[in-house]
Design a protein around this ligand. Structure first.
Ligand code: ATP
Ligand code: MG
Length: 335
C-alpha cells in the first residue's frame, strides 16, 4: 500500500476552544494559515476534546467558545469557501485513530515531552495527571493524521507535540503499512509571543492577552499598563529593550521601525509612553480589518453553517484514512 498521490499538499492546524484568540495566535499560526490557504488544502480543527484535557469540569463553556474560535479564524481572513473548519469531537474517526495509535506510544515518551511538562506545571497537574491530559499528544496526532496532512503551522510551544505526531506516522508506517506522510511543524515568524505580564507566553489560560476581538479601548488600556523596563524611571533614562515586553511587540508587529525604536530607547530619546502609543497605532492597523471581517461572519447561523460543512468534509477524509488504517492493521473484517 502506498501513500495516495495528491495534487496539493495538506495543512492541518487548529486551536483549543478555551477562549478568544489573541495576538500570539496571530503571529504563531494564524498568519501562516491565511498565507498558505490558497496553496494547500487546509483543515482547521476546533479542538474541543483537547479543551477537556484541562477543562473537563467546565464543558458548559464549549458551545460559545467553539463558535468564538471559529469566528476568530474567519475574521483574520480564512476563506470558508476553500478551508474546512471542523469540530474535533464530531469526527468520530479521530477518536478511533487515537485508540489505535495509543497502543504503540509509550507513557515515558509522553511524560518526558517538554510541552506536557510545562503545561502540567501551568495547570497544577504534576502529581495528579489525567490519562486524557497525558495522552493529548496522541489525540493531536490523530487530528493531524486523520487527513494525512503534510504541514502543521503551530507556535513554538506546540512543536514538541508535533514531534509525537511525526513519531506516530513513522512508527505506524514501519509497523503496518505506508499510510501516513510525516507531518512537518511550521513556526510563524514570531514563534512565541510573550504575554502582557512579560513572563510566560501569551496564553488564553493565563489571561495575559490582547485578544483579536478586543475593542480599541481595551487594547489601549492593556498596552498603556503593560510592564516595560523597571530600571527606567524618567523618560530620558537609557532603556533595555531586550527585557521590555513592549519592545518585543514592536519586533513582532512593527519590524520596520523596531531598529530605530531600539536605538532611541537605549539612548533615552523615546519615552515608554510615546513608544506604547506608536505600538497601539500599529496594532490597531492590524486589528481594524479583523474587526471589519468579523462583522460579516456574525450573521445568525453563518458560523454554524461553516462548521457543519467543514465537519462533513473532515468526516469524508476521516473515513478514507480509517479504511487504510484498518486494512493495514488487519481490522477490516467485513470489507
Ligand atoms: P491555552 O492556554 O488554552 O492552551 P493557548 O493560548 O496556548 O491556549 P492554543 O489553542 O493552545 O492557545 O494554541 C493554538 C495555536 O496557537 C498553537 O499552534 C500554539 O502553538 C499557538 N500559540 C499559542 N500561544 C502562542 C504564543 N504566545 N505565541 C505564538 N504562538 C502561540
Ligand atoms: Mg495551548
Amino acid at each position: 500500500m502506498n501513500i495516495e498521490k495528491r495534487e496539493r499538499k495538506r495543512i492541518l492546524t487548529g486551536d483549543r476552544p478555551t477562549g478568544p484568540l489573541h495576538l500570539g495566535h496571530y503571529v504563531g499560526s494564524l498568519q501562516n494559515r491565511v498565507k498558505l490557504q490558497k496553496e494547500y488544502d487546509t483543515f482547521i480543527v476546533v479542538a474541543d476534546v483537547q479543551t477537556l484535557s484541562t477543562n473537563f469540569d467546565h464543558p458548559e463553556h464549549l458551545p460559545v467558545d467553539v463558535r468564538q474560535v471559529t469566528l476568530d479564524n474567519l475574521s483574520v481572513g480564512l476563506d470558508p469557501e476553500i478551508v474546512n473548519i471542523f469540530i474535533q469531537s464530531m469526527v468520530p474517526q479521530i477518536a478511533e485513530l487515537t485508540v489505535f495509535f495509543s497502543m504503540f506510544v509509550t507513557v515515558n515518551r509522553l511524560r518526558h515531552n517538554p510541552t506536557i511538562k510545562t503545561e502540567a506545571t501551568q495547570h497544577g497537574f504534576e502529581e495528579n495527571m489525567t490519562y486524557g491530559f497525558l495522552g493529548y499528544p496522541v489525540s493531536q496526532a490523530a487530528d493531524i493524521l486523520f487527513c494525512r496532512s503534510d504541514i502543521v503551522p503551530v507556535g513554538e510551544d506546540q512543536l514538541p507535540v508535533v514531534e509525537v505526531s511525526r513519531f506516530i506516522a513513522r512508527r505506524f508506517n514501519e509497523l503496518y503499512a505506508n499510510v501516513f506522510p510525516e507531518p512537518a511543524g511550521l513556526r510563524g515568524e514570531t514563534a512565541r509571543l510573550v504575554g502582557l505580564d512579560g513572563r510566560a507566553k501569551m496564553s488564553k489560560s493565563l489571561r495575559n492577552c490582547i485578544y483579536l476581538s478586543d475593542p480599541s479601548k481595551d487594547v489601549r488600556e492593556k498596552l498603556m499598563s503593560a510592564v516595560t523596563d523597571p530600571a527606567r524611571i524618567h523618560k530620558d533614562d537609557p532603556g533595555h529593550p531586550e527585557i521590555c515586553t513592549i519592545f518585543s511587540y514592536h519586533k513582532a508587529f512593527n519590524g520596520k521601525e523596531a531598529p530605530n525604536i531600539e536605538e532611541r530607547c537605549r539612548k533615552g530619546t523615546i519615552g515608554c509612553v510615546a513608544c506604547k502609543k506608536r505600538l497601539f497605532q500599529v496594532i490597531e492597523e492590524i486589528l481594524e480589518p479583523i474587526r471589519e471581517r468579523r462583522v460579516q461572519f456574525e450573521k445568525p447561523g453563518r458560523v454554524d453553517e461553516i462548521l457543519r460543512k467543514g465537519t462533513e468534509a473532515a468526516c469524508i477524509e476521516g473515513r478514507k484514512t480509517v479504511q487504510l488504517v484498518r486494512e493495514a492493521m488487519h481490522t477490516d473484517y467485513f470489507d
